[in-house]
Design a protein around this ligand. Structure first.
Ligand code: SAM
Length: 310
C-alpha cells in the first residue's frame, strides 16, 4: 500500500503526523481527558505500555498536565518492553509490566511517592484469533491493574484499554473491587469496528488489608463462576460512554486527502518511526521477491502478515 493511500484511509493517522504525535492513539487519550478531566492536579503519572510514546507526549505537553497543588514539578514515567525514542520530561523504563521489579523502579523514580494517574494503552501482538486476542488482552489489563495497585495513591485514577469481549463483565467486577467508579468509554478516534474501548477507573480504594501482589486472578481456579450468568445486584453494570466531540472526525469514515479547498495536500512522514519494526525484514524480502522462496532462511519466510490498529 502506497504512502498516500494509508493517509487517505485514516484521518486520525494523518492528523497525528500533522500535529506531531507519534501515534494516532494520542487522540484517544485527549478525547478521554476531554470527557473525564484526567490531568487536573496530577503531579506523578505513569504511562504503561508506552511505545512509541504518543500518550507520554500527551501527558508531557505542559498545557495538558496542569501543575498540581503548590506548583510541584510533574514527573512522568513511561514503561514498555520496547525501546522508545527519548521524550523531554519523561523518564523511560524498558521493562515488563508483569514484573514486580518494574513497579519498584517506578516507585524509585517517584522517590517513594505514589502516582496520581496510571494510564495503559497496552496491546499484545494480535493473532487474528478473536478468543485468543481477547484473552491475552484481558491478561495484560490485569497485569496493568496489578502493577497499578503497587504504585497508585488512594483516590487515584487508572485508565486502560479493554476489549469488550464476552468475558468483559468479569473484568469490570475485578476493577470494581479496587475503584468506586468504573466507566467504559469509547473515544471517537477509536474505530467503531474495533472491540477496543477504555476503562476509566476513578477513586482507587483497595479493599481493607489488601496487599498488592503480582498474582493473576484469572488463573486462580477458585474463579469458577461464569460472571456473565450473574443476575441482579451481583452483576456489575458499568456505564458505557461514547466520548469526544460528536462533530469530531469519524475514525471509520474515509475523508478526501484535501480537506481544505484550495490547500494542496502534502504528505507528512511519521513523527517517530519505529526503531526496530518487526515488519522491516518482511518488507525487504517482499521488495526483493524473496517471500516464498524455498531457499530463504526459515525464520524469514512470510506468506502473509497482518497489521493492526484501532
Ligand atoms: N500508547 C502508545 C502510544 O500512544 O504511543 C501505544 C501503545 S502500543 C498500542 C502497545 C504497547 O504495549 C507496545 O509498544 C508493546 O510493546 C507494549 N506491551 C505489550 N506487553 C507489554 C508488557 N508486558 N510490558 C510492557 N509493555 C508491553
Amino acid at each position: 500500500m502506497g504512502r498516500s493511500s494509508k493517509d487517505k484511509r485514516d484521518i486520525y493517522y494523518r492528523l497525528a503526523k500533522e500535529e506531531g504525535w507519534r501515534a494516532r492513539s494520542a487522540f484517544k487519550l485527549l478525547q478521554l481527558d476531554h470527557e473525564f478531566n484526567l490531568f487536573t492536579g496530577v503531579n506523578r503519572a505513569v504511562d504503561l505500555c508506552a511505545a512509541p510514546g504518543s500518550w507520554s507526549q500527551v501527558l508531557s505537553r505542559e498545557e495538558k498536565v496542569e501543575k498540581g497543588e503548590g506548583g510541584e514539578e510533574v514527573k512522568i514515567v513511561a514503561v514498555d518492553l520496547q525501546a522508545m525514542a527519548p521524550l523531554p520530561g519523561v523518564t523511560q523504563i524498558q521493562g515488563d509490566i508483569t514484573k514486580v521489579s518494574t513497579a519498584q523502579e517506578i516507585i524509585r523514580h517517584f522517590e517513594g511517592q505514589p502516582a496520581d494517574l496510571v494510564v495503559c494503552d497496552g496491546a499484545p501482538d494480535v493473532t487474528g484469533l478473536h478468543d485468543v486476542d481477547e484473552y491475552i488482552q484481558a491478561q495484560l489489563l490485569l497485569a496493568a491493574l496489578n502493577i497499578t495497585t503497587h504504585v497508585l495513591k488512594p483516590g487515584g485514577t487508572f485508565v486502560a484499554k479493554i476489549f469488550r469481549g464476552k468475558d468483559v463483565t468479569l473484568l469490570y467486577s475485578q476493577l470494581k473491587i479496587f475503584f468506586s467508579g468504573v466507566t467504559c468509554a469509547k473515544p471517537r478516534s477509536s474505530r467503531n469496528s474495533s472491540i477496543e474501548a477504555f476503562v476509566v477507573c476513578q477513586n482507587y480504594q483497595p479493599p481493607e488489608g489488601y496487599v498488592p501482589n503480582m498474582s493473576n486472578p484469572l488463573l486462580d481456579h477458585s474463579y469458577d463462576v461464569d460472571f456473565n450468568q450473574l443476575e441482579g445486584p451481583n452483576r456489575v453494570i458499568v456505564p458505557f460512554l461514547a466520548c469526544g466531540d460528536l462533530s469530531a472526525f469519524d475514525s471509520d469514515r474515509t475523508y478526501p486527502l484535501q480537506l481544505d479547498a484550495g490547500k494542496q495536500y502534502q504528505y507528512t512522514p511519521p513523527t517517530q518511526p519505529p526503531i526496530h519494526p518487526p515488519y522491516q525484514q518482511a518488507c525487504h524480502l517482499r521488495k526483493n521477491n524473496l517471500l516464498s522462496r524455498e531457499d530463504a532462511p526459515t525464520d524469514c519466510k512470510y506468506t502473509s502478515f497482518t497489521t493492526s490498529g484501532a
